[in-house]
Design a protein. Sequence first.
Length: 95
Amino acid sequence: MKTKEKTLITNETPCLSNCSDSSKVTYCVISSSLTIDGEQVTTYGIGAVKDDIIIDTAPDISVDFDKVKSLCILCNENDLDPIHLHDVAQDAVAE
């Protein structure tokens, strides 16, 4: 049996705390908990947040939190347009 649950991680990533413009899109790490045949697996992805609302997600990029956190910070530093979020996520998975 396979189940899935998503959670926005705000206390472990600096993505939200550095956003001074509430109308700006900010990228944060999200986690997904998957249970496959009784074994729990956590994967990480990126959530695009605007005005405290998640407007898009790119889930399940990696099981490596630090890799996704670095990607999230890079998206914020470069003011990534949300339309490119899924392309960035696909490139990260392909690496």
